[in-house]
Design a protein around this ligand. Structure first.
Ligand SMILES: [Mg+2]
Length: 325
């Protein structure tokens, strides 16, 4: 799949990467300080992608070209009329979730997650997803923090906020990690495709943070995801432009950008210029690319533009979650 944007340097095809050694990087491949730096980069990457993408949320690629040429600066605006560097619900719900996990000593407790999301909703955030709102109101009325299963609740609202779970469960067994994913996700999204995406994203972030290459992740996470849930197939498919809030289209756009493009900035510029749910594709791509490429890859001008309070909260929470006392 070739990029249509002139700024991008096309990555070699997948067939080249799958010839790399099959052995996964051990969890301890990196010293703790380097793991922490990649954890911080994942959190800052999430916020940067959110702030960058929000400007062009709900625009088509053609509209973005008309207004911006290639959108590559954190300038605010968009349908939410954001200040430059302001973030949206993707980062806001992640921070709320992380605080709830820390308050429970590193455990992901559905009731604590639901209460934290409800408090966040009461703070009158600048935006909120329909499924999130509906199931938090249901929680207020019933007190049950777990949503009923629904084939329709396959939006990206649980996946956009998974990062605190990835950081706090570093080093735990895969079964424990998957259970923690479901504990936070099903507060608002109880759906098989949402669960699959959340667990895939968390395990992938952990692999990158602990030193796995993109080729290794392609074999041990991406290929199994597509085998188990063919809806997510993205390779050798048309460029996923104008991705909706459906988790399948979100993951397809993010994976096409991550796999096809080298470097943090190129990946994020590619994914947000697809338009659609660009703050969430930006946030998820930023989380993955930050975890993969690390702190040095984050553009200084984007970090300068990011809301300073959000910048500090993301860094502090990454440290607290990834390095428990
Ligand atoms: Mg948002």
């Amino acid at each position: 799949m070739a990029s249509r944007l002139p700024v991008h340097r096309a990555r070699r095809g997948h067939s080249g990467r799958v010839s790399e050694p099959v052995t996964a990087a051990p969890a301890s491949a990196r010293p703790p300080g380097t793991v922490l730096a990649h954890a911080e980069a994942a959190y800052l990457g999430l916020a940067l992608g959110d702030a960058l993408g929000a400007t062009v949320e709900f625009m088509t690629p053609r509209e973005i070209v008309h207004h911006y040429g290639v959108h590559r600066e954190i300038v605010g605006g968009g349908w939410l009329r954001l200040k430059p560097g302001q973030i949206t619900d993707d980062t806001g719900m992640s921070l709320a979730l992380g605080e709830a996990i820390l308050a429970k000593g590193g455990n992901v407790v559905p009731l604590a997650c639901a209460e934290a999301f409800d408090a966040w909703m009461r703070s009158k955030p600048i935006d909120i997803g329909n499924t999130v709102r509906r199931n938090l109101i249901r929680f207020r009325n019933s007190g049950n923090p777990v949503a009923e299963y629904s084939d329709h609740d396959a939006g990206n609202g649980a996946a956009m906020r998974v990062l605190p779970v990835a950081l706090v469960t570093l080093g735990r067994s895969e079964a424990q990690v998957r259970a923690a994913c479901r504990a936070q996700a099903r507060v608002t999204h109880h759906n098989a495709l949402s669960d699959a995406a959340c667990e895939f994203l968390v395990l992938t972030v952990q692999d990158f943070i602990t030193g796995a290459s993109l080729g290794q992740v392609f074999r041990q996470r991406i290929s199994p995801l597509v085998q188990q849930h063919p809806e997510f197939a993205f390779d050798e498919r048309p460029r996923r432009e104008n991705p909706s809030g459906w988790i399948v289209e979100t993951v397809q756009a993010v994976l096409q950008a991550l796999v096809e493009l080298d470097g943090f900035e190129h990946c994020l510029v590619d994914v947000v210029n697809r338009g659609g749910d660009a703050d969430t594709t930006g946030a998820i791509a930023g989380m993955l690319a930050g975890a993969l490429y690390g702190r040095e890859a984050l553009p200084a001008r984007w970090l300068q533009a990011l809301d300073p309070d959000i910048h500090e909260r993301c860094r502090a929470q990454a440290r607290a979650l990834a390095v428990p006392d």
